[in-house]
Design a protein around this ligand. Structure first.
Ligand SMILES: [Zn+2]
Length: 306
C-alpha cells in the first residue's frame, strides 16, 4: 500500500567536483548522504555511469520507503522541460547536450526531474531553509564560480535559454578581468572562491582563500584590503540584483559563506555605503545539502500523487 508517510524522493546534486545524493523523506529529513568524485576524465558516459551507480547505492537504502521519484540538480544550463543540458562549461567535459532525464529514466522505474544545481539549492532553501517565508527571493551562490537562482511568486524563473539567474556574469567592472564566458569584468571574477584564491596568491604564492580569510581576521592589512575589495564588488552586484528584481530577500550560499565571519558585517556596511535601497541579506541555512534537498523537493512537487 502507498502510505504517504513512507514516501521518499531521491535528490542528487551533480557538480564538477562531486556527485552527492540522498533519499529525502517528505518532511525534508535525509537518509545517509552518499558522495562520489565526478569522473570528469571519463567524459559524458563516465559521469552518467557514476550517477547511475550512486542512484543504485541509494536505492539499496530504501528499505520500507516507497521511492516515488528522482530529482537531479546539475551544474550548467538546463532545459528543465526535457531534463537535458543546454550548456555546461569545461568543468563537466562532454556534458553539453546530455539528456540526463532520458538516460536515468531508461535505467530506473521512476520519473526524473532535472534542473540547474543552484535552482535546486534555491528550492531547498525555500522549502526548509533560509527563505521559507519569502515568495520572491534570489539565491546567490559564492563557490568555485558565482551562481544565481531567481524565485518569483514561489516559482523558479528559467529564462528563454535556461540562463535566468546567471548572476555571476553581471558585469560590474567594465573592461575588467577576462571571464570564461567571453566577457570582461564579471562579478564571478571578483566574488567567487576562485577569485579570492587568485587574489590571495597575489599576496603570497602559497596563500589560498582560507589563508587570506584567516590573515584578515588577524588584522593583516594586505589581506583586509583584498577582503574589502571583494566585499565592495559583491555589494555592487547585490545592489544591481535588488534594482533589477526587487526581491523580498537575497540568500547568500556556496562555500564562501562558511567563512562569512570575516566579511559579513563589512558586506552589510558596504551595501549601505553604495545605495539607499534596503537590501535584506541572509546566509543560506542548508549548507552543502541544499542542492540534494531541493532536487528531491522538485521531484516531490512534480509527483501528481503527492
Ligand atoms: Zn562571465
Amino acid at each position: 500500500m502507498d502510505d504517504k508517510s513512507s514516501r521518499a524522493y531521491l535528490g542528487i546534486d551533480l557538480g564538477g567536483t562531486a556527485i552527492k545524493g540522498s533519499l529525502v523523506h517528505i518532511d525534508g529529513s535525509l537518509v545517509a548522504i552518499h558522495m562520489v568524485r565526478t569522473p570528469i576524465e571519463l567524459g559524458r558516459n563516465g559521469i552518467i555511469q557514476a550517477l547511475v551507480d550512486l542512484i543504485s547505492s541509494l536505492l539499496e537504502l530504501a528499505g520500507e520507503l516507497n521511492v516515488a521519484g528522482i530529482g537531479i540538480g546539475s551544474a550548467g544550463r538546463i532545459d528543465s522541460m526535457s531534463g537535458s543540458v543546454l550548456y555546461a562549461t569545461e568543468n563537466l567535459p562532454g556534458w553539453t547536450g546530455t539528456q540526463i532525464a532520458k538516460e536515468i529514466e531508461q535505467r530506473f522505474p521512476y520519473p526524473v526531474v532535472v534542473d540547474n544545481d543552484v535552482n535546486a539549492a534555491a528550492v531547498g532553501e525555500s522549502w526548509i531553509g533560509a527563505a521559507t517565508e519569502q515568495k520572491s527571493f534570489v539565491l546567490m551562490a559564492l563557490g568555485t564560480g558565482v551562481g544565481g537562482a531567481v524565485v518569483v511568486d514561489g516559482a523558479l524563473i528559467h529564462g528563454h535559454q535556461g540562463g535566468e539567474g546567471d548572476l555571476g556574469h553581471l558585469i560590474i567592472i567594465p573592461g575588467g578581468a577576462a571571464c570564461n564566458c567571453g566577457q570582461k569584468g564579471c562579478l564571478e571574477q571578483y566574488a567567487s572562491g576562485t577569485a579570492l584564491n587568485r587574489h590571495a596568491q597575489e599576496i603570497a604564492s602559497d596563500w589560498d582563500s582560507r589563508r587570506l580569510v584567516e590573515a584578515s581576521m588577524l588584522g593583516d592589512a594586505q589581506a583586509r584590503k583584498v577582503i574589502d575589495r571583494f566585499v565592495a564588488n559583491l555589494a555592487v552586484g547585490l545592489i544591481n540584483v535588488q534594482r533589477m528584481l526587487d526581491p523580498d530577500l537575497i540568500v547568500l550560499g556556496g562555500g564562501l559563506i562558511e567563512a562569512r565571519n570575516s566579511w559579513w558585517d563589512a558586506l552589510l556596511q558596504a551595501v549601505t555605503e553604495h545605495t539607499n535601497l534596503k537590501l535584506r541579506l541572509q546566509p543560506a541555512l542548508l549548507g552543502n545539502r541544499a542542492g540534494i534537498i531541493g532536487a528531491a523537493r522538485l521531484a516531490m512537487l512534480a509527483d501528481k500523487m503527492q
